[in-house]
Design a protein around this ligand. Sequence first.
Ligand SMILES: CC(C)(COP(=O)(O)OP(=O)(O)OC[C@H]1O[C@@H](n2cnc3c(N)ncnc32)[C@H](O)[C@@H]1OP(=O)(O)O)[C@@H](O)C(=O)NCCC(=O)NCCS
Length: 172
Amino acid sequence: MVVIKSKKFILRPFRKGDEESLRRSINNRTIYKNTLSIPYPYTLKDAKKWVAKAIEKTKQRKSDSVYFVIDIGGEVAGSVSFTKIKQYKAEIGYWLGEKYWRQGIMTEAVKLATKFGFKELKLKRIYAYVFPWNKASMRVLEKAGYNLEGILRKDIKKNNKFIDAYLFAKVR
Ligand SMILES: CC(C)(COP(=O)(O)OP(=O)(O)OC[C@H]1O[C@@H](n2cnc3c(N)ncnc32)[C@H](O)[C@@H]1OP(=O)(O)O)[C@@H](O)C(=O)NCCC(=O)NCCS
């Protein structure tokens, strides 16, 4: 898999040794609240399992997912990924460690990953689901050229609550 460089960070695959900084950056209540399957607290065991999975998925020739580390100074600052890759479409997901918030990092990372998805993965449609209160994430998507396609009512079940999903997409 490729490495994509920007001024603020690089996007690269997960590798062994990422477990500690992954845990440090992702172990955060707000990240947990705003995503579907990231646990909190996030243990080193979770990190080990995740890094092994991401490495394995990257090795597969026809993988259904691609996981990028947002690497700052050799550490896992965050991640942006494509999952449910199916022929011409995929879901994009992302999170960033709190100390890096509000510096335009995720806007840039989503823009770069989206470009990669269209060009290298040959996607025609990239979509994302956002919880109703997550204005920062909606802004990231808007700034990266995604459009709100609709609100899927009670589409997500989390902690026995049924939550609306804001569906964003960008097509090529
Ligand atoms: C959402 C998240 C990725 C944003 O990352 P970020 O690098 O801070 O975002 P950016 O700096 O690129 O900011 C993008 C826009 O969102 C705005 N924004 C950032 N944080 C915000 C907040 N807490 N509340 C409201 N707006 C916010 C920024 O001001 C900017 O908009 P502007 O240019 O109009 O001012 C980060 O907050 C995060 O990881 N949150 C928890 C996990 C998550 O929500 N993942 C996405 C699930 S769908």
